[in-house]
Design a protein around this ligand. Structure first.
Ligand code: 5GP
Length: 189
C-alpha cells in the first residue's frame, strides 16, 4: 500500500529538523529529494539535499510533465517534487517523506490518487520565525523579508492539513510527530 507523508509549513519553521528526526526514527521512510533551480548552498550536496538545476532545465521538466507538483516558491526560483523520486522510493519498499512549501503541499494533496498524511508545522509567531531565519544566516535581508511576507500568508493555510503541530518546544513537537507518524504507518487509512 502506498503511504506518503507531507511535512509543510512556513520557511524557517523547522520542517527540515523535524523531517530529519522522522527519518532517524522510522527506517521505512525515505526523503523525497526535490528539484530546485536555486543555487546550491555551502554544505549541500547535489542529489542528496536537492536535485539542483538551472531554470531552463526545470522548465523542461515542467513541460515534459515530470513533476507531481511544483511552485515558483520565490521570484524566479522553482522547487518541485519529481514523479521519478516517488517511483524510486516505492521500488525501495519505503514510504516517501516530502518536506515542501505550503502551496506545493496543497497541490500535491489534490494530485495524489490516495490520501497522504499531511502535517502542518506552525511557528509560535512571526517574530520567532524572523529570529530563526536571521540566526540561520543563509539569506540576504531582502530574501528574509520575502520569506517573512510569504510566511504570514502561509500561516493561515493550516486548516487544509490533517493536523498542525506548533514547533515551540522542539522535544514536544518531535514527540507529537512521532506518535502521529507511528499511528499512520501502522494503520491503514
Ligand atoms: P530552501 O531554499 O530553504 O531549501 O527551501 C525553500 C522552501 O521551498 C522551503 O519552504 C522548502 O520546504 C520548499 N521546498 C523544498 N522542496 C520543495 C518541493 O519539492 N516543492 C515545493 N513546492 N516546495 C519545496
Amino acid at each position: 500500500m502506498q503511504k506518503v507523508i507531507i511535512l509543510s509549513g512556513p520557511s524557517g519553521v523547522g520542517k527540515n529538523t523535524l523531517g530529519d528526526f522522522l527519518l532517524q526514527q522510522f527506517p521505512e521512510l525515505s526523503y523525497s529529494v526535490s528539484a530546485t533551480s536555486r543555487p546550491i548552498r555551502k554544505g549541500e550536496q547535489d542529489g542528496v539535499d536537492y536535485h539542483f538545476m538551472n531554470n531552463e532545465e526545470f522548465e523542461l521538466k515542467i513541460k515534459e510533465d515530470e513533476l507531481l507538483e511544483w511552485q515558483e516558491v520565490y521570484d524566479g526560483t522553482y522547487y518541485g517534487t519529481l514523479k521519478e523520486e516517488l517511483d524510486r522510493i516505492n521500488k525501495l519498499n519505503k514510504f516517501p517523506l516530502l518536506v515542501i512549501d505550503v502551496f506545493g503541499a496543497i497541490n500535491i494533496m489534490k494530485n495524489l490518487k490516495f490520501k497522504p498524511l499531511s502535517i502542518f508545522i506552525q511557528a509560535p509567531g512571526l517574530d520567532i520565525l524572523e529570529k530563526r531565519l536571521r540566526d540561520r544566516a543563509t539569506d540576504s535581508e531582502d530574501k528574509i523579508q520575502k520569506r517573512l511576507e510569504k510566511a504570514s500568508v502561509e500561516m493561515h493555510e493550516s486548516a487544509q492539513f490533517d493536523l498542525t503541530i506548533i514547533n515551540d518546544d522542539l522535544k514536544q513537537a518531535q514527540l507529537q510527530l512521532q506518535t502521529v507518524v507511528d499511528y499512520f504507518l501502522k494503520h491503514p487509512l
